[in-house]
Design a protein around this ligand. Sequence first.
Ligand code: SAM
Length: 212
Amino acid sequence: MRLRNVPGSREAIADSPLAVNEPVLLKGNWSKEFGNGHPVRIEIGMGKGKFITTLAQQNPDINYVGIEKYSSVLIRAIEKCKELDVPNLRFIRMDAEYICDVFEKGEVDRIYLNFSDPWPKDRHVKRRLTSKQFFQRYDAILKEDGIVEFKTDNDSLFQFSLEQVAEAEWHLTEQTWDLHRDERLMKGNVMTEYEEKFSAMGNPIHKLIAGR
Ligand code: SAM
């Protein structure tokens, strides 16, 4: 994702009712924030937010939290939602490394990772959102039957992710190297911004679903 500094984005995020500015205060209290006990699903690295915003509109009985590291990216998602009525959607600007400070054990029902940064250098392996270190964090916040869904067009990141699921002692419930040709797994698929871009270029999209 090309990052351009957007002047005033931090201030605009702080003022938005969609953004949670002190997410650590909501650890264990997300049902109060949403005013209901509906399941909470999160997307980590949501970029401009098309995927999670669409899901929130389609499923009013599920709560969604989008997490994005950069304010210059998050502000785009917030701007797009201004005119929409999505009471079941919140955004957090934070590094997912600190996810366990924000959600209590069992508080999250599902985690979506879409076109996560590949971090190709060996010394950056732990930064990959599908590394076993991240699976440990997901283990600490997901409910017992919670799942992680991951999509990418990056072959080596996908192969790495399949191996990390096994290393973390999780198991795969689904995997495909060509999602868009898999009629069953495509049912209800919501495309992300990157998915639209890369599939239009002819890149096969890979997907896995993992649980414990
Ligand atoms: N998910 C979107 C899509 O599929 O169109 C955006 C994909 S983009 C390649 C990856 C996004 O993840 C970027 O916006 C980046 O800032 C964000 N990101 C990467 N590492 C992150 C982290 N540790 N915590 C939160 N966001 C992160």
